[in-house]
Design a protein around this ligand. Sequence first.
Ligand SMILES: C[S@@+](CC[C@H](N)C(=O)[O-])C[C@H]1O[C@@H](n2cnc3c(N)ncnc32)[C@H](O)[C@@H]1O
Length: 206
Amino acid sequence: MEEYKYSAKFYDRLLFPFMQPIRNRVIKVIKRYQYKTILDVCCGTGDQLKQLKVQGFDAEGIDISDAMLNIANKGKVKALCKHQDASQMHYKDAKFALVMTAFALHEKDHDTAHKIVEEMVRVTSEGGDILIVDYELSEKTSMLSKMLIYAIEWFAGGEHYRNFRTYVSKGGLPALLPTTTLKEVKRFYFAQHGVVLLLLRKETKD
Ligand SMILES: C[S@@+](CC[C@H](N)C(=O)[O-])C[C@H]1O[C@@H](n2cnc3c(N)ncnc32)[C@H](O)[C@@H]1O
């Protein structure tokens, strides 16, 4: 059964207090760097894309869940989201100035998450940026935040929860990122140090 079949309808409303500060920061970063071509990988309900559209940014997204894409294509503001597997994207190399993903990598098995990151790097232009939002659990994360994050992930259940635990045990995002092609530009923390936003730049070849 499709994972988001039932939760897609209330996903945005349920997670709004947790997500909105992060959505706002993403918009600030995009305003700061004025990217002309933006791809949101695993865009879900398209909430971030809709908020960007309201701010005057044209961006597109891909997701594998029909239930999520159905929400993305509803409402006053519609997001441009296509059905596509993030681990085998159809885009040509170096197509986008910014490629982002939020809260997708922790729920995939390690190999798939790794492939998604590789694909994100491939479709980013040289000198372009990659923005990743996901959990970072460390000694700086408050106990309350850890408990809430584990509760959310446990509620998601099954394979999702198993993948989350593997993600945490492998050390989170650093275990998925290439060390040679990407240089960190900025990072921001949310949810009492339980969530990180990483802005990375794809280095030019020469
Ligand atoms: C937790 S949701 C996050 C959605 C959105 N990025 C956000 O910030 O609200 C993870 C999303 O990743 C999508 N997803 C999972 N595996 C995928 C894949 N292989 N290709 C494309 N989308 C995928 C799911 O369908 C889901 O919509």
